[in-house]
Design a protein around this ligand. Structure first.
Ligand SMILES: [Zn+2]
Length: 82
């Protein structure tokens, strides 16, 4: 699940729920070993990134180490706006 676009083609901010586009900031579970599935959480602003990280104590998420999961679900994502 890598497509986080809503019915309007926008993103819903993972913190404040605002609908916005395009996304510059997002959380990608490929970096966090505590997620079994791929999730992308877009954020509308650095403020929301920080609030979500603090709320979820994301700073202590374990880093995913190689070998990284493979398959379409785990492809490298450089831009979530397309
Ligand atoms: Zn937000």
């Amino acid at each position: 699940m890598t497509n986080s676009r809503n019915a309007w083609g926008h993103h819903d901010c993972g913190q404040c729920k605002k609908s916005f586009f395009p996304a510059v900031y997002w959380f990608d579970s490929i970096h966090a070993a505590n997620y079994e599935k791929r999730i992308i959480i877009p954020f509308c602003s650095p403020k929301c990134v920080q609030e979500w990280y603090e709320k979820n104590n994301a700073i202590s998420f374990p880093l995913r180490k190689p070998p990284f999961p493979k398959g379409p679900e785990w492809k490298v994502i450089y831009d979530i706006n397309h």
